[in-house]
Design a protein around this ligand. Structure first.
Ligand SMILES: [Mg+2]
Length: 395
């Protein structure tokens, strides 16, 4: 792990023994600025100073964790929260939902007993964020239409690739190509600053074409190096209504000598219903050309079985909302399970997105998921780094 600025952690737990264990474990991980408080009301006072993380016990006498959260809602600088709980399931789920509805940043929960591994995972997540401010900037920085148009022309598009691996043996099967954007000052930003603006201003298509071109070119380079993986690219529904999309894609395959079946095109489920006839025609043509088609963020829209049956999808990507933490959220788990079953029944590859810890991974495997993607496996990375990652895994 690279050097990062020291983290300040606040622990609020009525059990002094628990506090001292957590403090020791954090100290051993190189975090010396740990303050623990066994009295929740005194803990509230401490929120006046700035913290990088709050570890909060839900079950405390007097002021409990939920009450603590409601009081914390009025604090101007709310640290990200991780819950401790001896409780299973629903109570943690409710606490997380409540915290999110109060605009708090919930990193997750740790079931007691608290172990070094569980804490280490949280701390790593926190450090990653600190090192990748782009992820936090997304909500604030939005490029203008002019900046986006200029950037497409001037090579601002730089794709990152996130591994998608076999759930059984963790072999690399493919990557999802994700937009990164190099600003004129050299800094990188993520898709949040660009895609919504491009979509709402009718300039998503030229952006998508550049994304496709760049990803297909990369696929050609990998094939030349004998790295045989599939490359997935995200399409907007708007792209599917463009009459020349199929011929443009055809041209790119020809230019870079890449076969269609090494490319997967992803379309978000919630957008499918927008222009059903045109979208269906377009997807069918792409499928006939040999592209694989993936229904993305599955579970967030309301596709009926009938609709699904009509679309020629080959892969179903279950949205992270039903994957990450689903082991302790019965409703999420039920949707996860039925999505996997649906994919199997329709001969589609079931992919779980948002696998962020070992519990998510084990659940995905136990539910019969074919492929998994998520931070627990690997984050999106530049092409060269992906090659190193691939080779490092004994391929
Ligand atoms: Mg996607």
């Amino acid at each position: 792990m690279t050097e990062s600025k020291p983290l300040k952690v606040l622990v609020v737990d009525d059990d002094p023994f628990q506090c001292s264990i957590v403090t020791k474990v954090l100290n051993a991980m190189g975090i010396s600025e740990v303050k623990s408080e066994t009295d929740a009301r005194a803990g509230v006072e401490l929120l006046d100073s700035e913290w990088d993380l709050l570890l909060l016990d839900l079950n405390m006498p007097g002021m409990d964790g939920i009450e603590f959260l409601t009081v914390m809602a009025d604090v101007p600088r709310k640290p990200p929260v991780v819950f401790f709980s001896g409780e299973e399931g629903r109570i943690l789920e409710v606490a997380e939902e409540l915290a999110q509805s109060l605009d708090m940043d919930v990193l997750g929960s740790i079931a007691k007993p608290v172990s070094r591994d569980k804490l280490a995972a949280v701390i790593e997540q926190l450090r990653d964020r600190a090192e990748k401010p782009e992820r936090r900037q997304q909500g604030f920085e939005v490029l203008s239409v002019e900046e986006i148009e200029a950037g497409i022309q001037n090579g601002a598009v730089e794709m990152f690739y996130q591994p998608k691996v076999d759930a059984q043996n963790l072999d690399l099967i493919g990557v999802e190509s994700l937009l990164r954007w190099r600003k004129p000052d050299g800094s990188m930003i993520g898709p949040g600053a660009i895609i919504p603006t491009a979509e709402s201003n009718g300039i998503i298509y030229p952006l998508t074409l550049e994304v496709l071109r760049s990803s297909i070119k990369q696929q050609a380079e990998w094939r030349a190096k004998n790295i045989n993986i599939k490359v997935s690219c995200n399409l907007s529904v708007d792209d599917l209504t463009q009459p020349d999309l199929v011929s443009k894609l055809d041209g790119m395959l020809e230019t870079y000598r890449v076969p269609a079946d090494s490319i997967i095109l992803e379309v978000t489920e919630s957008k499918l219903a927008e222009d059903v006839k045109v979208v269906l025609a377009s997807l069918t043509r792409l499928r006939l050309k040999g592209f694989s088609l993936s229904i993305d963020d599955f579970g967030t829209g309301f596709s009926s079985m009938e609709q699904l049956r009509r679309f020629p999808f080959t892969e179903l990507k279950i949205d992270r909302a039903f994957v990450n933490g689903a082991g302790r959220r019965a409703s999420a788990k039920a949707i996860f399970q039925s999505s996997v079953n649906l994919a199997k029944a329709m001969n589609m590859v079931a992919v779980a997105e948002g696998v962020e810890d070992n519990d998510d991974l084990e659940l995905a495997i136990s539910l019969g998921t074919d492929l998994i993607q998520g931070y627990f496996i690997a984050r999106p990375m530049a092409a060269a780094e992906l090659e190193g990652w691939y080779l490092g895994r004994g391929h």
